[in-house]
Design a protein around this ligand. Structure first.
Ligand SMILES: [Zn+2]
Ligand SMILES: [Zn+2]
Length: 365
């Protein structure tokens, strides 16, 4: 067993405050939830045992005088043998009050424009923060927890259990101290001994360009603070993309449907199409068919973590006039006649033409 003062990296004249600070700093780094490596866990137990002794003036004095019985509180014995049999172990001894905090998840809605170009958002949420009154210790007036009288600081109690090996001694966490090995007799009034309180906090979230529904932005250490002033978990901000009035997203591409008159598609025209970048001129060639798709390069969505932009795909619908004046009717009849069209004329399209070709593409045939 290493020297307790060396373990905490303090000198023998360190004040209670210095001891506490040194322990909290090390515990944040070595905590099993942060660093589950068994070697680090053992080190954590040693440091916790050292703190347990040095933070108690009476025990510290005894230790300074070379007192016995400070083997860390997990001395060998029958339970060690049982653990070897039943695969227990690894978690004996008092458990630390300081624990890793929980992760938190919050969803935010962004519109298509924000999803494309990125945005910044201040979000307010309620979460567990360190109690400022006791600095996470959970005790009032900077007092230390006292040794649990039931388990004598071991954090566990032993009892006899019947098993196929006959009667065996086994242990379970102490009920009196919930396994901490110590009890807070004078809890902090602010947090009732938990070391943390709930508070509203405002967090600035930077949403990168190119996000889509389901993307999560991880904000390390912005989740809930752990009990006993333990390190905070992470905050995850999940993106929910709002539906756009007329733009439909498909990965990096955007789709928009426009309606053009029969005269315009026949003669060819240029139209203004509203995009995320403002209105864009789109040329419609003479003879464009209904259902034609025109790609506008670089007017789609931004690709996440890149400056690449997808395309805007303009779907052309030809609008058939539904009401004609007498004059228009006459003109159209003349138009048809000049093209040699007769009433009842129809052209059957081949399988590879027209709408079937789209179904083929869709089913990959
Ligand atoms: Zn408190
Ligand atoms: Zn106890």
């Amino acid at each position: 067993m290493a020297d307790f003062y060396d373990l905490l990296g303090i000198d023998r004249g360190a004040s209670q405050d210095e001891i506490k600070k040194a322990y909290r700093k090390i515990a944040r780094e070595l905590h099993p939830d942060v660093n589950p490596d068994p070697e680090v866990q053992n080190k954590f137990k040693e440091v916790t045992a050292a703190y347990d002794v040095l933070s108690d003036p009476q025990k510290r004095q005894q230790y300074d005088m070379g007192g016995q019985g400070f083997g860390g509180g997990f001395g060998g014995g029958f339970s060690d043998i049982m653990d070897a049999f039943f695969g227990g172990g690894g978690n004996r001894g008092p458990r630390p009050r300081m624990r890793q905090g929980q992760d938190a998840l919050i969803r935010i809605e962004v519109d298509l424009n924000e999803a494309c170009f990125g945005t910044e958002r201040d979000i307010t949420l309620e979460s567990a923060v360190v109690c400022t009154k006791c600095e996470g210790q959970g005790t009032a007036n900077n007092s230390a927890p006292s040794m649990c009288p039931v388990c004598k600081g071991r954090g566990e109690t032993q009892f006899v259990q019947k098993s196929f090996l006959g009667q065996v001694m086994t242990s379970r966490p102490c009920n009196n101290c919930s396994g901490y090995g110590s009890v807070i007799t004078d809890p902090c009034r602010e947090c009732a001994g938990d070391g943390r309180v709930r508070a509203r906090q405002t967090i600035n979230v930077k949403v990168p360009a190119g996000v889509e529904t389901g993307n999560r932005i991880q904000m390390a250490g912005r989740g809930e603070v752990g009990a006993g002033g333990g390190p905070a978990g992470d905050l995850y901000v999940e993106i929910v993309e709002k539906e756009h009035e007329f733009l439909l997203r498909d990965g990096d591409n955007l789709h928009v449907a426009i309606e053009v008159s029969i005269a315009a598609v026949s003669l060819g025209t240029t139209v203004n199409v509203e995009t995320l970048d403002g209105p864009v001129k789109v040329d419609i060639k003479a003879g464009t068919q209904s259902g034609a798709m025109i790609s506008v390069k670089g007017k789609g969505m931004t690709r996440l973590r890149s400056t690449h932009r997808g395309d805007l795909i303009v779907h052309v619908d030809v609008a058939t006039p539904q009401k004609l004046s007498r004059d228009q009717e006459k003109l159209l009849k003349e138009f048809a006649k000049s093209r040699g069209e007769r009433d009842g004329d129809v052209k059957i399209k081949g399988q590879r033409e027209g709408m079937f070709s789209k179904f083929r593409d869709a089913f990959g045939r």
